[in-house]
Design a protein around this ligand. Structure first.
Ligand code: HSE
Length: 414
């Protein structure tokens, strides 16, 4: 029997207890032993839960108990989660986590500490909820030079956008539902402002390129500025709006070229499979020089899907007890990623103009040959929707300046 401690008994922590309770026999068949949750660390008491008697409030009890070999950290937030993780690794305990904030901020250091103490720090649940992506990227795609990772990385925002687009719900209604279903972060601003997706793309980029960029260095836009008008413009263009995290080599053919990262709403054209990824589902596309494009798809949030990944990490530890496992070596990136405004994109724009319809179109075409206008004369209300040919954002802004005020700029996924 392996004794573990659960840190944080919220949505994911209690989901881990549920998966272990339901599947412990199956787990024992695969690993040769059962998992025993010896402690649950939380500020609260859970008198009505069958494991209520295992609750402790002092991390020192867990650190001092040599019977606990694995700590599952599902507290959320940077502190004290990082401090407890570090202390557990230094005490020679393996740590598994769903905490993307800690992995994205301190992952390089924690992996180094784990290696020094001959234990493992595993974080399959930190990206994509229940989707297997961390381990496949580190092992199954290890033969490749990776040039790009793109994804729908946040279940809450994908749920909100889907409900707004297909079910006519308001942003507030859809967010309340996502909270009820246990998808949203404790402070849902991290979801809707793109911070959560940013942490996840930083983790994926570190796996792909070996360098962990600070989330604060990554250009991040959420979905709070997306309007019904933007949704209609995307539809007119033949696509849908999704919050996308992107990371890649500036020159895909050169594995030494700089890495770009960004998080922002993108128009995904209907022919792109990411356009069909709806509700809480996430999808991650990885491009390798041998394998080509690979896509991972599944439930990106929720108690049991996320717990599925956490418990899989525990099982991985149990089944590789005596092996010296390869631990990824991440460099902490110094400085910012490559300039995202230089990336080539077509842009879906809306511009406010004082000119009459025909003049506005003539002026647009004079400065931007190849721009496609989406607004009809009948629908013209002083704003014009158009899509540009591929250019950089810097070029777009210079080009559009004399035309009027750009009220929205949305990247079209290449
Ligand atoms: N709030 C996150 C999401 C949870 O909605 O994707 C899973 O990381």
């Amino acid at each position: 029997m392996t004794n573990i401690a659960i840190l944080g008994f919220g949505v994911v922590g209690s989901g881990v207890a549920e998966v272990i309770a339901t599947n412990n026999e199956t787990i024992a068949r695969k690993t040769g032993e059962h998992i025993n949750i010896k402690y649950i660390l939380d500020l609260r008491e859970f008198p009505d839960h069958p494991l209520g008697g295992r609750v402790v409030h002092d991390m020192k009890i867990i650190l001092a108990d040599p019977e606990v070999t694995v700590v599952a950290e599902m507290m959320g937030g940077a502190h004290p989660a990082y401090d407890y993780t570090r202390a557990a690794l230094e005490a020679g305990k393996h740590v598994v986590t769903s905490n993307k904030e800690v992995v994205a901020t301190f992952g390089a250091e924690l992996l180094r500490i784990a290696k020094e103490h001959h234990v493992r720090y595993l974080f399959e649940a930190s990206v994509g909820g229940g989707i297997p992506v961390i381990r496949p990227m580190s092992s199954c795609l290890a033969a490749n030079e990776l040039s790009e990772v793109d994804g729908i990385l946040n279940g809450t925002t994908n749920y909100i956008l889907t409900q707004m687009i297909h079910a006519g719900k308001t942003f507030e209604e859809a967010l309340a539902e996502a909270q009820e279903k246990g998808y949203a972060e404790r402070n849902p601003a991290a979801d809707v402002e793109g911070t959560d997706a940013c942490r996840k793309i930083c983790i994926l980029a570190a796996l792909a390129f070996g360098r962990l960029y600070a989330p604060s260095s990554v250009h991040t836009e959420g979905i709070t500025a997306v309007t019904a008008q933007n949704v209609a413009d995307a539809e007119a263009l033949g696509g849908v709006i999704k919050l996308i995290g992107r990371a890649g080599r500036v020159n895909p053919a050169d594995p030494d070229s700089d890495v770009f990262l960004l998080v922002s709403p993108h128009v995904i054209l209907h022919e792109n499979p990411l356009s069909c990824v709806d509700d809480v589902f996430n999808a991650i596309l990885v491009r390798g020089n041998a394998v080509g494009d690979v896509m991972f798809y599944g439930r990106g949030a929720g108690n049991l899907p996320t717990a599925s990944a956490v418990v899989a990490d525990i099982i991985d530890i149990l089944t590789h007890k005596d092996a010296e496992i390869f631990v990824p070596d991440w460099e902490s990136a110094v400085g910012a990623p490559a300039d995202h405004t230089a990336l080539p994109y077509a842009f879906l724009c809306r511009i406010e103009t004082s000119a009459p319809f025909a003049d506005a179109i003539a002026s647009l075409q004079a400065v931007c040959a190849g721009a496609e206008v989406l607004t009809s004369a009948d629908a013209f209300d002083g704003t014009l929707a158009f899509v540009t040919p591929v250019m950089s954002e810097a070029q777009l802004r210079t080009m559009a300046a004399p035309l009027g005020t750009l009220t929205s700029v949305i990247r079209v996924m290449p």
